[in-house]
Design a protein around this ligand. Structure first.
Ligand code: SF4
Ligand code: SF4
Length: 430
């Protein structure tokens, strides 16, 4: 236990509206980079040449496979997702149309940033930050829907229920996530109406339907840093924060990226890397699309997510999620240790068919657990069609007809899921 030298204090607004500010004491040896290391020209290049959804489309066969696995292994979770989808679909349609709403009358020229921040906090958002809306993080297939006259981003983090999140992986935590999404949808409509009443336009990205990845803009607006688990570690809720952006032409005073010490702290912590049941998190960072990160191994994560209610153990075991950033950083400053590391309270988790894994113990899966189709869903369907036709005698007209009909159904199903596949790709391409 070695006390560390004090580095700096980061002051943030309190957790709820009206709470006193929170001071986060960061040790000197954790200070390194504000936000995340980025090579701007590479971000631009990849955004231009390789659309963000390329990965989700290239690996769409595994997304469709994952849905079937979920139905087989956790039918209750699957039924829950379908109920939520049915409930939230009309609200998402409303959110998508919100960008067409005309602002009401004269533009307010007061302290717009203050008015919006106060309103968002009053509505229940825990973290609110402002930055330029970065069009490099927009799916090419959704660019047509994005208004070109809105240049600013309001980053909004909403807290998912604490107690239920600690039940990860399982249906309780998924219920909490669904409820957070529904609440976010309602709040963002209210906030964007408020912005319209101030005389400005507003378009909403998220929940569940996004114009593109949002974490880079949250980091840019000082609302956290990227963790080894590929999630935003925000000051109050860590990776339990559910994220949304409102894009607007309201004049905002931009925030700046902050060094909370997370980049270095993660190198010491590594709990999510050690506890991931699929060994899907890499210990070392790599440069990917212009950002330095611990790239998730999709083919090791998706089979776990598919069978264990979205998994999320990397979120649950993160000390910043469990205890909040201020106590974790304070503990490190005083002891040089990671709060909760090695304890069952933080690291323990339960897998439905395998039992409880206390700190230090991880499940073992055989190789076949990770077998899943590679490539595009259309290609897999076509491969199956050819194989089935080859196995069938040409004169068995009825069977040949059935094989073609089944292929047509499969292609129709793939077409109808295209939008979902883009959003599902966000989970495993971090
Ligand atoms: S969600 Fe994926 S990366 Fe996270 S712990 Fe589960 S398998 Fe690992
Ligand atoms: S568990 Fe540790 S290493 Fe992983 S994201 Fe959280 S703080 Fe970083």
């Amino acid at each position: 236990m070695t006390k560390r030298r004090f580095g700096k204090t980061v002051s943030r607004v309190g957790r709820d509206a009206g709470d006193p500010d929170v001071e986060i004491s960061v040790a000197a040896d954790l200070l390194s980079v504000a936000g995340i290391p980025i090579k701007e020209d590479e971000v631009s290049y990849y955004s231009r040449e390789y659309p963000l959804e390329s990965f989700a489309i290239e690996q769409s066969a595994s997304a469709i496979w994952a849905e079937k696995e979920r139905i087989k292994h956790t039918p209750d979770t699957d039924a829950l997702y379908k109920d939520y989808q049915d409930e939230i679909a009309p609200i998402i349609e409303k959110l998508r149309k919100q960008g067409n709403v005309k602002p009401n009358g004269i533009k307010n020229t007061g302290d717009i940033s203050g008015l919006i921040k106060d309103k968002a906090r009053e509505l229940g958002y825990g973290e609110v930050g402002f930055t330029r809306f970065d069009r490099r993080y927009v799916y090419s297939s959704r660019r047509n829907e994005l208004r070109s006259d809105l240049g600013n981003a309001i980053c909004l983090a909403y807290e998912q229920d604490y107690i239920k999140t600690q039940e990860i992986p399982g249906i309780e935590a998924e219920i909490a996530q669904g409820k957070a999404y529904q609440r976010q949808a309602e709040l963002s409509l209210e906030l964007s109406n408020f912005i319209n009443e101030l005389g400005y336009g507003a378009q909403i990205s998220g929940p569940t339907w996004y114009f593109g990845p949002v974490i880079p803009m949250f980091v840019q607006s000082g609302l956290g840093q990227l963790g080894v688990n590929g999630q935003l570690l925000s000051p109050h809720f860590g990776s339990r924060a559910r994220l949304q952006i409102i894009i607007t032409d309201a004049p905002l005073t931009f925030d700046s990226p902050i060094d909370y010490g997370i980049y270095k702290f993660c190198e010491t912590c590594q709990i999510c890397f050690m506890r991931c049941p699929g060994k899907a998190i890499q210990a070392q960072r790599v440069w990917f699309r212009g950002v330095e990160k611990n790239k998730l191994i999709h083919k090791r994560c998706r089979p776990v997510m598919a069978r264990y209610s979205g998994c999320g153990i990397c979120m649950k075991v993160c000390p910043i999620q469990k205890y909040g950033m201020a106590p974790v950083m304070e503990h490190y400053l005083e002891t040089g240790q990671v709060l909760g590391k090695g304890s069952d309270d933080l690291e323990g988790f339960f897998l439905e068919d395998k039992g409880y894994f206390k700190a230090g113990k991880v499940p073992v899966f055989d190789k076949s657990f990770f077998d899943m189709p590679n490539g595009k869903a259309e290609e897999t369907a076509y491969g199956r069609l050819i194989e089935n036709l080859r196995k069938t005698k040409e004169d068995d007209k009825q069977l040949v007809e059935e094989i073609w009909a089944s292929y047509r159904d499969e292609i129709d199903n793939i077409e109808s899921q295209k939008g979902n596949i883009v959003d599902m790709g966000m989970d495993t391409d971090s």
